[in-house]
Write a protein that binds this ligand. Structure first.
Ligand SMILES: NC(=O)c1ccc[n+]([C@@H]2O[C@H](COP(=O)([O-])OP(=O)(O)OC[C@H]3O[C@@H](n4cnc5c(N)ncnc54)[C@H](OP(=O)(O)O)[C@@H]3O)[C@@H](O)[C@H]2O)c1
Length: 268
């Protein structure tokens, strides 16, 4: 399996990234990012509201891995006014000239409110690619209808238990890559019995099975961990395949009815 995907704007994104939501600023975040880079990750997913961009930047600088070899995503905190000004703050905290991907974190204030500012951020070279997060079908349509650059990514909650098949189909039709956030259900899915049975059958851990399912279902996937062994384990998913029966059994865990919505309980 390829480890990168080409986005609609021609750039390439690594299929597996480390998520750092709820990873403490300082030592905890620096360690997690360093361990990830040592394990082979080349993609880090942070956000302005995570409060740990400085630690992400420091760990990247200290790693010895070249900046151009690491894919950095951050997200615009949509309660703020200006995506350009907020990205300039992110770049200062990260200590880089440009991020690879800048997302509207959620559609607060309406799906189109931030989009002109997002496009300006890209035109000024502050972000190579721009996209959205937590957008449903109607919200994506509203952004596309503006007629400018369309989002190249929609980052949404996604796993076999939240198999948002209708939303994924619409994204694919518009060449919007889907990024799976909370691919382990923020840890909650890992104790599921059906998942454990599949993991036992294929000789992998439940986390590896969920991450592999995301890859085989055409998603970019962003697991989070602050433990070195788990960070390495979660990256060790390119050397096995889930068979059709196991994929179908995982698909059947969906609790959303294949929904086109981005979230059952929007917080915005
Ligand atoms: N755009 C958005 O609105 C949004 C929302 C949510 C998340 N996200 C992104 O998606 C990323 C991942 O989602 P998430 O943080 O909700 O969590 P997740 O990746 O679904 O699950 C992480 C949880 O699983 C545990 N874990 C990880 N690997 C494990 C393993 N191999 N074995 C056992 N336990 C393991 C972690 O514990 P330890 O850390 O203690 O190892 C943590 O409790 C976030 O960090 C963020 O980048 C984006």
């Amino acid at each position: 399996m390829n480890t990168v995907r080409k986005l609609a704007d021609g750039t390439e994104i690594p299929l597996l990234g480390l998520g750092v939501w709820q990873v403490g600023d300082g030592r905890e975040c620096e360690d997690a990012v360093r361990w990830a880079l040592e394990a082979g990750y080349r993609h880090i997913d942070t956000a302005q509201v995570y409060g740990n961009e400085e630690s992400v930047g420091r760990a990247i600088r200290d790693s010895g891995v070249a900046r151009e070899d690491i894919y950095i995503t951050t997200k615009f905190a949509p309660a703020r006014r200006d995506p350009v000004a907020e990205l300039e703050g992110s770049l200062r905290r990260l200590g880089v000239d440009q991020v690879d991907l800048y997302l509207v974190h959620w559609p607060q204030g309406g799906p189109t409110r931030a989009w002109a500012g997002m496009q300006r951020a890209r035109e000024r070279g502050l972000a190579r690619s721009i996209g959205v997060s937590n957008f449903d079908v109607g919200e994506l349509a509203a952004v596309i209808a503006l007629g400018g650059a369309a989002p190249v990514v929609n980052q949404i909650q996604f796993s076999p238990f939240e198999y948002r098949r209708a939303l994924q189909d619409v994204c694919e039709r518009h060449d919007i890559a889907v990024e799976a956030y909370s691919p382990l259900g923020t840890g909650r899915h890992l104790g599921d019995e059906a998942l454990a049975a599949i993991a036992g059958r294929v000789g992998r851990t439940p986390a590896q099975v969920l991450i592999r399912w995301s890859l085989q279902r055409g998603l970019i996937v962003l697991p989070k961990s602050v433990h070195q062994d788990r960070i390495a384990q979660n990256f060790d998913v390119f050397g096995f395949d889930l068979g059709d029966d196991d994929l179908a059994a995982l698909d059947a865990l969906d609790r959303t009815g294949g929904t086109a919505t981005a979230h059952e309980h929007p917080w915005w």
